[in-house]
Ligand binder design. Structure first.
Ligand code: SF4
Ligand code: SF4
Length: 341
């Protein structure tokens, strides 16, 4: 069993498995959320997905001050409820198991393929009857290329439709995915993991490819790294799809007021998508859920981002539609038509 280090892939570090999801691919789906992400988007709604290690979270409003956690901690790491000395914590999670109110929570558990399958397979009839399947999300599933490919292969053998949601910052496998010759290794230091994602991507039926800031420096400013590798990977996957040598590529963009919804950004992405003949895009509306989670993890608050208005959404739609991009809300995509076209 792995310890949460993505290099040890007998297990994948997973922070959630959710069923009956309708917004991350066709039909009724289960979502497997891998923990660990090479980006740090300032608006992130799942900051618990960032670190590729198990973590403790503390929901202050649920704590009853019973002090059970202090007494069960074998390392004496808990000074007072919610105040945990990280240098002493050995991540045994005795405290989360003992906390009677759910104030202490665990994010991330190494799970084997067998364990994940046991969780997924009861949902099999829903996948089959709805044209759904399983979506790997995160975090970034390609941080666990071998493990995720192993899991993907096992699901595909059962005829389960597989989607992978990715931030696009992964190493393309030169043997399987760079037939066009556009991928180089010069940017590989940007990713958190030296393995390739090629095998995993060849197993997917659908890649939900997240796009954010078009300009490399803006991407660095808001997401923590520039986007050259992401742009290369998107172009390469689009080519593979059109040559019928790879999965369907469906871009998704979070609409973040004042950040991703500027005319320059939308025009940049719109033009590129049109050029790549990826003329369908899901727009994912921003919400503020990530702020509470930052508090649970004792992270610095993110920047103040305005609430997304209907007017801003309409403006976004106008710009993209004018360029010839058809936009969809999550869960309302025209999957079957596009897949068969
Ligand atoms: S995870 Fe274990 S070592 Fe860490 S604070 Fe909780 S009980 Fe203590
Ligand atoms: S065990 Fe839970 S409820 Fe009790 S003091 Fe600790 S965090 Fe608070």
């Amino acid at each position: 069993m792995a310890s949460g280090n993505p290099k040890q892939e007998a297990a994948g570090l997973v922070f959630s498995i959710q069923h009956f999801c309708l917004q991350d691919g066709p039909g009724i789906r289960s979502l497997v959320f891998f923990k660990g992400c090479p980006l740090r988007c300032v608006w992130c709604q799942n900051p618990e997905s960032w670190k590729p290690i198990p973590e403790l979270g503390f929901k202050k409003h649920l704590c009853t001050n019973c002090r059970t956690c202090i007494s069960v901690c074998p390392e004496g790491a808990i000074v007072s409820p919610g105040q945990i000395r990280s240098e002493k914590c050995r991540q045994c999670f005795a405290c989360t198991d003992a906390c009677p109110s759910g104030a202490l929570i665990r994010f991330g558990k190494p799970l084997s393929v067998k364990e994940i399958r046991e969780e997924l397979m009861p949902e099999y009839p829903f996948y089959q009857n709805s044209g759904g399947g399983v979506t790997f999300s995160g975090g970034e599933p390609t941080l666990y290329p071998e493990f995720a490919a192993h899991l993907a292969g096992s699901l595909k053998r059962d005829g389960i439709h597989l989607a992978i949601e990715t931030c696009g910052l992964f190493h393309a496998d030169p043997d399987t995915l760079s037939a066009s010759g556009t991928i180089t290794k010069k940017d590989t230091a940007q990713t958190a993991h030296p393995e390739t994602a090629g095998r995993l991507l060849t197993l997917a039926d659908l890649v939900l490819f997240d796009i954010k800031l078009f300009h490399p420096e803006a991407h660095r400013q808001f997401c923590g790294t520039d986007n050259r590798m992401i742009l290369d990977n998107l172009a390469m996957l689009a080519r593979r799809y059109h040559q019928k040598g790879g999965p369907l590529i469906w871009p998704r963009m979070p609409v973040i007021p004042g950040i991703t919804d500027t005319p320059e950004n939308l025009e940049g992405w719109g033009s590129l998508l049109a050029e790549l003949r990826l003329n369908r895009l899901t727009l994912v509306p921003f919400h503020h859920l990530g702020e509470a989670k930052r508090e649970w993890l004792q992270l610095e608050p993110g920047p103040c981002i305005h609430t997304l208005t209907g007017e801003s959404m309409e403006k976004t739609l106008r710009v993209l539609t004018k360029i010839g991009i058809s936009c969809f809300a999550p869960g309302e995509e025209d999957w079957p038509e596009y897949i068969s076209s």
